[in-house]
Design a protein around this ligand. Structure first.
Ligand code: MG
Length: 380
C-alpha cells in the first residue's frame, strides 16, 4: 500500500516502510501515505489554527500584510517541498514537519519564549521545540484512543529540532540522537534550513514594509546588493514593492539552488544508501561555504537592524511584561485559571507546567486580552 506513494524516492529518503512508527498502533491509511496522514492531522489541529494570530517578528495587530506564524509555516513548507522534490526525498514528511515546526511557540515570538523560559527556571524551563513536540504528543485532544496526534517517529524527530541534554535524557527514543550526536533524517535537515531561508527573506520584506529597514541599509548585505543590481539592470526604472519582490525572489532562488546543489554533492560524497547511513553521517543538507557566509551576513544584518530596532524592542519589552505577569498571577492565584486548567492537588512543578501550557497556547491578542481582564481595573 505504502510503496505506491514512495516508490520514486531515493534510497536514503525516509519511508513509511522503514519508519520507527507511531507510539500507539493504528491500521495503515487506505487513501494516503502515513506521512500524508500526519500532515492532515497537523492541519486539522487547534494549535495549527492558533498560528494565524501568533507573532513572527511583528505583533499580529500591527498590520494585515506582515507574516504570522501561519503564513511563515506555509512558506517553510513550500521551500522545503521544493528542496525535497529535487533531492528525491519524502515531500509528505517535509511538509508535515514544516507545518508543525512552530506549533509550540508562545505568543509574541522569541520575546514570549524567553520570558516564559525565565519564569520556568525552577520548574524545568521552557523550550519552544520541546513544546511543539508536547503539542503533537499530548496537548492536542482530538482522538478517542490517545492524547496528541500520534504522529510517526520521523515527523516527531523533525519537530524536535533542538533539545538540551537534560531534556533529551527524559524523552527516550526521540531524544536519543542528541545524546548519541547523530543526525535526523534528511527531511528534518531540509525543514530546518527551509525555515532559515523563509524567515531571513520574509523578514527583509516585512522590515521594508514596516519602514524599520530601508533599501539603502540593505545595500550592506552582499546577497541583496547583487540581486538589486541585477533587477535594476533588467528592469530600468523599477521601484517600490515590485523591485523588492523581484530582489527577494531572486535571493530565495539563489539560496535554494545552492542548497540543492551542495547537498546533492554531500550526499554523493558520503555514499549514503539508507536512512541509517544518514543518521550516522555528518549533516548533509548544507549550503556551500560561500553561500553560508552570505546567509550569515544577512542574519547578522537582521539581528542588528531589525530584531534590535527600538520599535521592536518596545514590543519585546511589553511582551515580556505580559507573559511574566500572567505567569506570576496564575502561580500565586491558581483559582483564576479557566476550568480546563484548574489544578487537581498538583505540586508546584505540575502547576507551573500547566500554567506554561496555558500561556504558550495563547495567541498574541488572547494574551493581551487576558492581561487586560486580569490587571485593568476598568475591564471585567
Ligand atoms: Mg520557524
Amino acid at each position: 500500500m505504502q510503496t505506491k506513494y514512495e516508490h520514486h524516492l531515493a534510497p536514503y529518503a525516509s519511508r513509511s516502510s522503514d519508519s520507527l512508527g507511531r507510539q500507539h498502533a493504528e491500521s495503515a491509511p487506505a487513501t494516503r501515505s502515513e506521512f500524508q496522514r500526519d500532515r492532515d492531522r497537523i492541519i486539522h489541529s487547534t494549535a495549527f489554527r492558533r498560528l494565524e494570530y501568533k507573532t513572527q517578528v511583528f505583533v499580529n495587530h500591527e498590520g494585515d500584510l506582515f507574516r504570522t506564524r501561519l503564513t511563515h509555516s506555509i512558506e517553510v513548507a513550500q521551500i522545503a517541498r521544493s528542496l525535497s522534490r529535487n533531492l528525491q526525498l519524502n515531500e509528505d514528511l517535509v511538509e508535515a514537519i514544516s507545518l508543525a515546526h512552530d506549533l509550540g511557540h508562545t505568543p509574541f515570538g522569541h520575546a514570549g519564549q524567553d520570558a516564559l523560559n525565565a519564569c520556568m527556571k525552577d520548574y524545568g524551563g521552557f523550550e519552544h521545540n520541546l513544546q511543539s513536540l508536547r503539542v503533537v504528543d499530548t496537548l492536542e485532544q482530538r482522538y478517542g484512543a490517545f492524547d496528541g496526534l500520534n504522529l510517526m517517529f520521523e515527523t516527531r524527530e523533525g519537530v524536535l529540532k533542538h533539545c538540551s541534554l537534560p531534556h533529551a535524557k527524559e524523552l527516550g527514543a526521540i531524544g536519543q540522537r542528541f545524546i548519541d550526536r547523530k543526525q535526523p533524517s534528511l527531511e528534518a535537515q531540509i525543514a530546518n534550513l527551509a525555515d532559515e531561508i523563509a524567515y531571513n527573506n520574509h523578514d527583509i520584506d516585512d522590515g521594508l514594509r514596516s519602514g524599520l529597514l530601508t533599501t539603502e541599509q540593505l545595500e550592506q548585505v552582499g546577497l541583496f546588493l547583487r540581486y538589486q543590481s541585477e533587477v535594476h539592470k533588467q528592469f530600468p526604472g523599477i521601484s517600490g514593492r515590485r523591485a523588492i519582490n523581484e530582489i527577494v525572489r531572486r535571493m530565495i532562488n539563489a539560496l535554494v539552488v545552492d542548497l540543492i546543489e551542495n547537498s546533492r554533492k554531500n550526499i554523493q560524497e558520503a555514499r549514503v544508501t539508507s536512512i541509517e547511513d544518514v543518521r550516522n553521517a555528518q549533516p548533509l543538507i548544507a549550503f556551500s561555504g560561500a553561500m553560508k557566509q552570505e546567509a550569515q551576513e544577512l542574519k547578522r544584518f537582521l539581528r542588528t537592524n531589525l530584531y534590535q530596532h527600538y520599535q521592536v524592542n518596545r514590543m519585546t519589552s511589553k511582551a515580556r511584561r505580559i507573559v511574566t505577569d500572567l505567569f506570576g498571577i496564575f502561580m500565586s492565584e491558581p483559582q483564576l485559571l479557566p476550568n480546563d486548567y484548574q489544578l487537581q492537588n498538583e505540586d508546584m512543578l505540575h502547576q507551573a507546567r500547566k500554567v506554561a501550557d496555558y500561556i504558550a497556547g495563547m495567541t498574541d491578542r488572547y494574551a493581551m486580552r487576558e492581561y487586560r481582564r486580569l490587571f485593568a481595573v476598568d475591564e471585567i
